[in-house]
Design a protein around this ligand. Structure first.
Ligand code: PLP
Length: 221
């Protein structure tokens, strides 16, 4: 059972912001995705390579697929031909592999740098210092088949709204520092991917441009 009422309410609330909805369809059947597609929705997020590639094969080709989960380097080649945006770039080695597979497919792959903003150590992500070392390196300048579109982060899973708000503010601050330091001439660096079913309203207030909402649209997993 998909929640069309929630979909309409979220889309309506996004009009007040410069933000887009990524409908997170992980674990959900293609029929449910097709229902949102039939309403005109085109941007869907998945977190597993196998599931993503089999859904890609089945569903209409104008869907823009976003990879939002942790990505192993040896699986990049599977999604490289078609992926629209990879949210989860959490190492330089992964970014180099994405660039290599993008070259093999004669395309440019859009990426977000994922930052660690939560208190849980299990959540992935770069530190600002790690990102700066990467962005300042000569090797980074040689990567011509990736486009860094912005940043992504996940807040701590907690009922403490104040903590979540502070973590989103931290990601916005990281975005601003990178924009100023490395991407001031690059109009493509503009995305801040933050906010899920439980915290997207806070994320929007803190400057999110991409909210990743699953269970509120597709039901609990
Ligand atoms: C599953 C997932 C989401 C969506 O979570 P919901 O709470 O169901 O909205 C968002 N981002 C990432 C990285 C996810 O893995």
């Amino acid at each position: 059972m998909i929640h069309l009422d929630n979909y309409r309410a979220i889309q309506a609330s996004l009009k007040a912001y410069r933000a887009q909805l990524v409908a997170v369809s992980k674990t959900k059947p293609v029929e449910a995705i097709q229902q949102f597609y039939d309403l005109g929705h085109r941007v869907f997020g998945e977190n597993r390579v196998q599931e993503l590639s089999s859904k890609y094969a089945t569903l209409p080709k104008d869907i823009r697929w976003h990879m939002i989960g942790s990505l192993q380097r040896n699986k990049v080649k599977v999604i490289a031909p078609f992926i629209d945006l990879i949210h989860s770039v959490d190492s330089f080695r992964l970014l180099k592999e994405i660039n290599k597979q993008a070259i093999n497919n004669d395309r440019v792959i859009n990426c977000l740098l994922q930052f660690h903003i939560a208190e849980e150590q299990t959540k992935a992500g770069l530190t600002l210092e790690e990102a700066e070392v990467m962005l300042e390196s000569d090797a980074f300048g040689l990567l011509k088949n990736i486009a860094i579109k912005g940043v992504m982060g996940m807040a701590t899973f907690t009922v403490n709204q104040n903590q979540v708000q502070q973590e989103f503010a931290q990601l916005k601050s990281i975005f601003d520092q990178l924009k100023q330091g490395y991407f001031s001439e690059d109009s493509q660096f503009e995305e801040i991917s933050m906010g899920m079913s439980g915290d997207y309203e806070i994320a929007l207030k803190e400057g999110s441009s991409l909210i990743r909402v699953g269970s509120k649209l597709f039901g609990t997993r």
